[in-house]
Design a protein around this ligand. Sequence first.
Ligand code: BGC
Length: 860
Amino acid sequence: MAETAGRTAGGKAPVNFPADATEVVRRLTLEEKAALCVGKDYWTLRGVPRFGLPSLWLADGPHGLRKQPRSDNVSLAGNVPATCFPTAAALAATWDRELVRAVGRAIGVEARRHGVSVVLGPGVNIKRSPLCGRNFEYFSEDPLLAGELAAAFIDGLQSAGVGACVKHFAVNNQETRRFTIDAVVDERALREIYLFAFELAVKKAKPWLVMAAYNRVNGTYCTEHRRLLTDILRNEWGFDGVVVSDWGAVADRAAALAAGLDLEMPGTGPENVRDIVEAVRSGRLDEAAVDRAACRVVALLQKAAAAAGALAGLDGDYVKAHHALARRAAAEAAVLLKNDGPILPLAPGATIAVIGAMAKRPRYQGAGSSVITPTQLDNAYDALVARVGPARVVYAPGYDLAADVPGRERGPKPRLLSEARAAARQADVAVVFAGLPALYETEGLDRTSLSLPRSHDALIEAVAEVNPNVIVVLCNGAPVAMPWLDRVPAVLEAYLGGQAGGSAVWDVLFGDVNPCGKLAETFPLRLEDHPAHRFFPGGPRTVEYRESIYVGYRYYDTAEKEVLFPFGHGLSYTTFRYDNLRLSAAEIRVGEPLRVTVSVTNTGPRAGKEIVQLYVRDVAPRTFRPVHELKDFAKVALEPGEAKDVTFTLDRRAFAFWDTAAGGWRVEPGEFEIRIGASSRDIRLTATVRVVAESETVELEREPDQREAGHQREAGQAPGGGEDRSATAAPPEYLHPKDYAAFSAGAFAAVYGRPLPPNEPGRRGGYTLHTPLGDMRESWAARLFLWVASRAARFVLKDDPDSPMRRRMGEVLAQMPVRSLVMGGAAGLNRTMQEGLVDIFNGHTLRGLRKLVSGALRRR
Ligand code: BGC
């Protein structure tokens, strides 16, 4: 067996470990192999000490390192200090692969410094609805943009010898009932929208891990989804790393291993390991599945140990440099939504009223498992005073952050409004900081409206009454409504900008940085306009993805709906001209690359950066397709008067759609329009290419094991032998979404290809380990348990009294099934005890009590 020199995770004593994971696993006992498939505790894995393989530490990200001081710690507070970078929603607005790569690398360096081998990120789930409580942690509504940026992040992180863990695989697009909800999604939406970002990330950047999500997809838990975890992820995309469960996501350990899940996290005691051993001994689980999983975990341990050895010495003093990088990223992420006049950039000598408590207590990161303890924290007020001196700044809080609680808003306070008006009257310009307080958007809960707290809206209106020069700076992780938009000349979307966001805002407002961010998501005019509005968040059992592929701009642009701000929108202090669009050919064969070149000129007075977007439109599709889709993008820096050529190369996939019946990516020969735009609604230039096939056969791209079946179908044969009508059969709602108010159940069932599953609540007597606690209201014992559990969980999170997760713990826990209680800190409650609880909630009290006792004894 080959021996390779490595180092321990702490980077100290060199050890020898076997390079060949299969050989290691061959020498392990069943118990040892099973132990590798389950975490040791909350954050670490077991190593293989007798082969000198050290354990390793996984820690949250993805916007910085969230490492708890102890590996069995469930808390959200007290993390080691780390640089808090802008959240993914903000980073996405940079559309800058290099910058995102640099952020990934910096996080990797910090992880290395703290002995962490894997950072749990990036999150690449699609923003299906603007209301998902975790949108701040995801990149975009567009899978190409999300996948490209995720790949860049992974590349950067892994270049520092730290593994990335892409999450949450897959179709995890809401927080409501996230532990149990069944996402009912048709195959085209799955492939073209929800899996595509993962596919890009996996194929381009080869992450060390992929995290299987909590929810179900089309009836099966992601952690047990053989088709997702093995057929698609491994066999089609070639993923060779470890699939880890989201924390507490495993419903059935044996089924999960058999389906392709390698590692269950967190580890909660000896019972998890015993379950696996017993499943093998009883014949329920093939030992080969355990071998495969153990082998991948050993390979991960080897990779981590080798990286720790190879990259020792990376860790200089990074704190200042990383803060500067966080500031640059925040400035590049800010999106100038509106600038009438133009009122911005600010005049150097202006007096400024800073209004809004968020200027002093910044909202700079999202709430939940991604919460970072920053190395330092800039606030906008201090940053401004440091820049221009106190004499030119007045401040008023405008609203009371503590008073705004979703569902219990107290509204504007007259005294705070009149103070704000008085401050605004004294100054040349009023910069109002408004946004979503952490309680409004947090992991674990979705938003129920697009609105800012009423106190923030009222403040903006009040200030606009007394000073025409109002600049609104928004601090939020997802789109909001702006009822006051017509009354203010300027709006800067600063997102959740990380620990340096407070300084970066002024870099942009004063023009040191010319704004260059563009929206990676559509800001709708009204919630009712949103295609998923009536089908989000669904429940109690299923959520139907009725809009299919019409997500974000794909819907708005196809249905020609007015929006507040379109996908890709963002202003600059300079102007750009687009001209001279050239295609490498007027006609290409299917699969032949097409080169697209366009010239962009900075026609204004300042240096600036422009994000050039390339959309493709199938001119006469035979099936339903969005009016256009983003297929590439580039960010160009231009001095005043400078012109540059931007060249894109489009491959076969840029023209393809997923053909469900045939099981592959189909390109329909015909005309395609190449659209170059400054946003999805600001197309500057177009050109047409004809795509031809050599014969009338359909071009399919599929993996070798599917080819056989596919070839039969190329002659027009459906799998059952009938005619292949997949490319033409589509209900009118999908062919012409503009003419319909919504997608009906019948039409969706046709697109889905089978009857829609029932969506009934569980009833007492039929409660299971998977029934959310809040759904067991018929049982007084369950109600009492929920009450006690909320209090207990609040106690566990006592170190962080203001944490939104803690303050809204009752709502969070109500969505949790008994089997996931480990997430609330109830690690001691093993599976037998959990079953006992469910028996009690179903009214079988004695049987339940017996199980509770026997479960407790099993723990020994
Ligand atoms: C989240 C993951 C996170 C994990 C560990 C889960 O609840 O969904 O994103 O990495 O907890 O904190």
